[in-house]
Design a binder for this molecule. Structure first.
Ligand SMILES: Cc1ncc(COP(=O)(O)O)c(C=O)c1O
Length: 448
């Protein structure tokens, strides 16, 4: 291969050739949900090397909130690339870095409007920055986290992640001081209660119990929680759970850390999912949609906490890269100017409504849940167990345009057996309806 002409391969590549080259070169641990090779993207669609069109119900894992190659984002990237590509935040000051944090403060809930932050490169790093801050400023060693939660795969973040043992195999000996208690996954109650209405917030009581038995409150630096468990299955907690965590943190002088990496910046129909429960955390971790498709993460926290962290205790070479910041600013502006929060709720309601109605004829659909355009339909086997194998077949069939006669659909799962719907927020009602019709048609073929 002639590396002086990096584009000479792409022109006549076929999807199959690229996949073969990938298999010969890329680590097999990089798991793919589909066998689609993405050549380009536009709006709510992706295209492969043969020009086949796919409706994108994944958005690069809840990242491309304003769709693929939005002109405003492309323009911001090109403009910044001509101006300053990298300077490093430790070496000098950069306007896009400051501007993005100012923009985040302006939309942040409550006292975080006066907060301060740090920009990093990924969700894992944003989470690790949050727990490092919590441990430093409280001078306490312990963190409470939840099962079914996903906070990233870097070794610190992985110590908090508890959505699958697969990620932890042979890695015992992660960050110490982390204690997990059950996330309120009410459809499959970890405590076998009948319903969230009658359980008395039993999962919250288990946090209290932990503070009486294993986690000395005076050692508790913070509680980290996803307002809606993302990778764990788009699990929406019952009312009162997040408010209860806030109260527990206040009572014990610990910090509430909201991991809004997947839920943040409009995905759920609010800028921050915590707003649904009126809870203001001490620390918010962001990434995914933050960079408009470029790698970018952020930790925004109470100013008094951030001010207590001494200079140079935390940092990164690339975090807050000016191009990523400009892309993120452009994306945020589109979300606000195009009214995408309200739109996400409307389209999300359409998707949920259609799946709820379909459940009457398709008992394979066990549960439908979510907020805004963060929606899951949990598929079940006849005995009620998660339909992990069926889901693979459904995703494969949906991704096959010749099989389904129109454009294919890019789909993934979350949790043990939930179809995950996280399309770009710009998806139209009509596109969403067509996508849902196709998925339901495919589900009908897999109904037991
Ligand atoms: C809630 C949450 N936190 C953290 C992460 C980790 O982000 P990254 O993959 O950018 O490290 C993810 C990724 O899916 C996530 O969903």
């Amino acid at each position: 291969m002639d590396l002086r002409q990096p584009n000479n391969v792409a022109h006549d590549t076929t999807s199959m050739e690229l996949i073969e080259r990938d298999h010969a070169t890329v680590a097999a641990t990089i798991y793919r949900y589909s066998s689609i090779a993405f050549q380009r993207g536009e709006g709510a669609y992706l295209y492969d090397f043969e020009g086949r069109k796919y409706l994108d119900f994944v958005a690069g894992i809840a990242t491309m909130n304003v769709g693929h190659c939005h002109p405003a984002v492309v323009e911001a990237i090109c403009d910044q690339a001509r101006t300053l590509i990298h300077g490093a935040c430790h070496v000098g000051y950069m306007e896009p870095y400051v501007e993005l944090l100012e923009a985040l403060k302006a939309i942040a809930p409550g006292h975080l409007q006066d907060g301060k932050g740090i920009l990093v490169n990924s969700g894992s790093e944003a989470v690790e920055t949050g727990i490092k801050l919590a441990r430093y400023v409280t001078n306490r060693p312990m963190i409470v986290a939840f099962t079914d939660s996903f906070h990233g795969r870097a070794m610190g973040a992985l110590a908090l992640t508890a959505s699958s043992t697969l990620y932890r195999q042979r890695l015992t000996g992660l960050l110490t001081g982390v204690y997990h208690t059950p996330y309120p996954y009410c459809y499959r109650c970890p405590l076998m209660h009948e319903s969230p209405e009658t359980c008395g917030l039993a999962c919250l009581n288990l946090v209290e119990k932990a503070l009486q038995t294993v986690v000395p409150p005076e050692d508790l630096a913070g509680i980290i929680v996803e307002p809606i468990a993302g990778e764990g299955g788009y699990i929406v907690p019952p009312d009162g759970f997040l408010q209860g965590l806030r109260e527990i943190c206040d009572r014990h002088g610990a910090l509430l850390i909201a991991d809004e990496v997947q839920t943040g910046l409009g995905r759920t129909g609010k800028m921050f999912a915590m707003e649904y429960w009126g809870v203001v955390p001490d620390v918010i971790c962001l990434a995914k949609a933050l960079g408009g498709g470029l790698p970018l993460g952020a930790m925004l926290a109470r100013a008094d906490l951030v001010d207590a962290w001494p200079p140079a205790a935390q940092g990164t070479t690339f975090g807050g890269n000016p191009i990523a910041c400009r892309a993120g600013l452009a994306s945020l502006r589109v979300i606000q100017e195009e009214g995408l929060l309200a739109h996400a709720v409307e389209v999300g309601d359409t998707i949920q409504g259609r799946f709820r109605r379909a459940r009457e004829e398709l008992p394979i659909i066990g549960d439908v849940r979510g907020k805004g355009l963060l929606v899951a339909a949990e598929l079940i086997n006849a005995d009620g167990s998660p339909a992990g194998e069926i889901i693979k077949a459904v995703i494969a069939d949906c991704s096959n345009p010749t099989e389904i006669g129109t454009s294919g659909i890019v789909l993934t799962k979350c949790g043990a057996g939930a179809l995950r719907f996280a399309p770009p927020l710009i998806i139209t009602q009509e596109q969403a309806r067509k996508g849902v019709d196709t998925i339901l048609e495919v589900l009908g073929r897999h109904q037991w």
